[in-house]
Design a protein around this ligand. Structure first.
Ligand SMILES: [Zn+2]
Length: 503
């Protein structure tokens, strides 16, 4: 007699059903696991036998065979422990077979029978719900995350003994205590930033249109302060977007499984020494999401951009264009979403003092040129807004902040995004609208003015399209239906750093 429990295999963000079948038959004692298991799954034999025995549930003295189907799908990780143990307990009659009908389970077992959470519970629970699961058994620590998926009964268990007791009907299933979603970022307020009128305006335009932003300036002028405050300016995520972001963080193992759902757009600021898999994604197996995907639907802040290795700058280009990262491995190719708003910061030169009125720059001109040329044409072309920050006037450094608060800026950003969404469709930002569509909303004189500015500054064709989109956002912030020459002038001013970098 074969007993069946459903489990979940995770490849990237894709969760699919795995049917765990257990039998025991006469033969030499031993446990065999078949169906393309990886090392961790093969090693489960030891864990589940020890867990069952130490939980007082016993283990067959004869031959146990566990089959994971479909066989073509690679099974990795320790999340198959609990469903495999339950399937065997069904085969030995320790758990009634009818209790296993449409039962799904995910969890790692300790040798003493403790059930532990595994990464990726959220997409796994969604797959269980979509496949019509009756019950999903998970570790208590993962129950809050699993219960974010609506329409699924989640049963938290601390041990294999508790799982068996619940399925035997000897113990009532515990309720999952849901926590309300988090809606405010807790990010510091823009009111703290002194001066920097131009950069503050660029932050607002970037947030309104989803445009990538480069802040260049000497140390201490407030680049990081501005970037950190930008998350509070973005509108909150919808429920679906928040679940998508949480799923990515869950698979990457960076999300506490008992954390509430957050509607706050993510803000990630990896160090400039972050490894390739850390930034782009990858690592062992089919790989985990990197910082680019952890910042999906939020902000990726790269401080000291020009200190980053060349490959990092090159690796950014494709995801900034397509909104996803593709990781190719021998076993499989996976794609992770990476629709980010890039905010980058850099010193104007290697010593940082170029342009400073109080400190002298010690860099040779050719060194400055080499440094700036690392912001290669193709990457620079993708950064719509580039602003130079000057050091803050020392007189303004004392006393309370004199800036406009985050809430006021966020309200204008939300209004401009609403106008764009009405024009282009829900969720569409000016950043990603085809150039011809944007041009159709521009005054002919404005397009001519932009064309001549692009020619004068020797900017690329891509820069033309990007500046036009920025001008569209500036017009939206002003509540103007048509893009005028004034809007174009401001947009072109944000491209000046490109010219500086190129010369
Ligand atoms: Zn310098």
């Amino acid at each position: 007699m074969v007993t069946v429990v459903s489990a979940v295999a995770l490849v990237g963000l894709e969760a699919s059903r795995v049917v765990v079948e257990a039998t025991h038959s006469q033969g030499l004692p031993g446990t065999r696991i078949v169906g393309l298991p990886d090392t961790a799954v093969r090693e489960a034999a030891e864990r589940i036998r020890s867990a069952a025995r130490r939980s007082g549930l016993g283990w067959p003295e004869d031959r146990v065979t566990l089959n994971l189907a479909p066989a073509a799908l690679r099974k990795s990780g320790a999340g198959f422990d609990l469903p495999m143990a339950l399937a065997v307990l069904g085969a030995t009659g320790k758990v009634p077979r009818e209790a296993l009908v449409d039962l799904w389970a995910v969890g790692e077992l300790g040798l003493d029978g403790t059930v532990r959470p595994v990464p990726g519970i959220l997409p796994m629970a969604a797959a269980a719900r979509d496949a019509g699961a009756r019950l999903l058994l998970v570790a208590s620590a993962a129950a809050v995350e699993a219960s974010l998926v609506e329409g699924l009964e989640v049963v938290p268990v601390d041990s294999l003994a508790e799982a068996a007791a619940v399925l035997q009907g000897e113990q009532a299933a515990r309720d999952v205590v849901a926590t309300p979603a988090v809606v405010t970022s807790g990010a510091p307020d823009l009111a703290d930033v002194r001066g920097q009128t131009v950069a503050r305006r660029a932050v607002e335009v970037a947030a309104a249109g989803g445009h990538h932003l480069l802040l260049s300036g000497p140390p201490g002028c407030g680049k990081s302060m501005l970037a950190e405050r930008m998350a509070g300016v973005l509108p909150p995520l919808s429920m679906d977007e928040a679940l998508e972001v949480a799923a990515i963080h869950s698979v990457a193992g960076v999300r506490a499984p008992d954390a509430p759902l957050s509607l706050v757009p993510p803000f990630r600021s990896p160090h400039h020494t972050t490894s390739a898999p850390g930034l782009v994604g990858g690592g062992s197996g089919v790989g985990r999401p990197g910082e680019l995907s952890l910042a999906h639907r939020g902000i990726l802040f790269l401080d000291e951009l020009l200190e980053m290795p060349r490959w990092v700058l090159d690796a950014l280009r494709q995801p900034l264009e397509s909104g996803h990262v593709r990781i190719v491995r021998t076993q499989a190719a996976v794609a992770f979403p990476a629709d980010v708003l890039l905010v980058a910061a850099t010193n104007p030169c290697p010593c940082g003092n170029l342009g400073s009125t109080s400190q002298a720059c010690r860099c040779a001109p050719d060194r400055v040129e080499r440094y700036r040329s690392r912001l290669s044409g193709p990457l620079s072309d993708r950064i719509d807004l580039q602003v130079e920050l000057r050091p803050v006037d020392p007189d303004r450094l004392v006393g309370p902040g004199d800036g406009e608060p985050t809430a006021a800026v966020a309200a204008r950003v939300a209004a401009a995004r609403a106008v764009a969404a009405e024009r282009w469709g829900p969720g569409t930002l000016n950043r990603s609208v085809p150039p011809a569509a944007v041009r159709a909303t521009c005054h002919a004189g404005a397009v001519r003015a932009l064309a001549s500015a692009v020619e004068q500054l020797a900017l690329s064709a891509r820069s033309f399209d990007r500046a036009l989109r920025v001008a569209r956002t500036i017009a939206d912030l002003a509540g103007d239906a048509t893009v005028s020459t004034d809007h174009v002038d401001e947009a072109v001013a944000y491209r000046l750093a490109t010219r500086l970098a190129a010369t």
